[in-house]
Ligand binder design. Sequence first.
Ligand code: 1HE
Length: 278
Amino acid sequence: MAKGTKPTRKTSSEKPGGFAAGLPPSLAARRQGAIAIVTLKRPQKRNALNDTMVEGLAAFFQTLPKDIRAVVLNGEGEHFSAGLDLSELTERNTAEGVEHSASWHRAFQHIEFGRVPVVTVMHGAVVGGGLELAAATHIRIAERSTYYALPEGSRGIFVGGGGSVRLPRLIGIARMTDLMLTGRTYGAEEGQAFGLSHYLVEPGEGLASGLALARRIATNSATTNFAIMHALPRIAEQDRASGFLMESLTAAIAQGNQEAKKRIKDFLEKRAAKVERR
Ligand code: 1HE
């Protein structure tokens, strides 16, 4: 460094070409230590998801810096997301519709089966494709203003962002059928009871809760987090015999890791935290 030049303490998000660079204006990203926060930033259209945003999310999750260990996803304005940008749908033919849905699948696969766990903070409308996006993440926090719906039924379309794959696994086929056929809305409490959210918090508390959870998740071994994200859902879908075999192999890989040995030694030698009492 040249004499007299002040040392900089820039994080990669602040560097030109850092991880927030290249995002469309409808997405914003920043970091707090090992946590990245990515925000849907199109409040004038209620964070309706257009092609640019879906491509931007895919690119963001594929190019996360190595030192990011968890992500928090939220939405700016009164609503998390109004789902698919319906204005883009009017011009699309059937072949383009297939590709469009597949593009959402690819993008959301990069989230669900990406490198790090993602915590979504929901508030206001979480509907259609917005709910499909949230369902592709690993932990969902709902502020009490949250409401859920699948208005595809009343718009004459169908879910296309992986909703029919992921949502029945959260709430069951019967509830999803009801949501789609009747266009009903679930409130935040119903969503919590039915499994759409893991945590229910007061208005304005979602981001702090999300960051706290993300920081906690980031302290796990990356190997364990990877196994939870990638192996667990696949093991759970196997027949029992295959599932037990896959579990044994995953468990053996995880416990063979030096980091596991150190963490277990730390506990046995009273250097690690106990399980919290309820
Ligand atoms: C939109 C969209 C959108 C709002 N696409 N432009 N999703 C839906 O069917 C939900 C449609 N949206 C709504 O029911 C309401 O907008 C909300 C309940 C979410 C919010 O209501 P509100 O009163 O706060 O906002 P608003 O006045 O309705 O909307 C503000 C603007 O956003 C307005 O545009 P403006 O130019 O008149 O100001 C709306 O047109 C616009 N807007 N939502 C486009 N979704 C992969 S397949 C997934 C399939 C689906 O997601 S289907 C479900 C689509």
